[in-house]
Design a protein. Sequence first.
Length: 146
Amino acid sequence: MPSPARYLALVALGTLAIACHPRPMGSGMPGPGDRKVITEDMIAHTGASNAWDVLRREEPQMSFRQDEHGQPTRMEQRGQSSMVLSDAPLVFVDGARLTDWRTLKEIPASSLHRIEILNSIEGTTLYGTDAEGGVILIITKRGAGE
């Protein structure tokens, strides 16, 4: 059993103390911050040729739109959206933020180690208000040290 110090962080800020109890990934405990993980095996089973296609096939909570030539045009969380604000999630590849998520089409599926998808609650908690559309964390085999 891991030590309680791993699960409990206590930060004292003057007279204010904040305690948080992060739920470790893979604990099986549901929560509002659940992140979906698309593993290397899942990626291989999709038969997809690039990261865009893997996400389209494996993430039902997001809407992916393409033009008649198969080029990405829109990516957003399903449900109510804003006509003014961008609902596209932030996308990081090996820790570096992509400025244009359309480049997902250029990342070969064979180079992917795993993809983690954070919902808007967990995304804004960890990455700020720019992440109200969620966050997609792509870890390549190179980034994972393979």
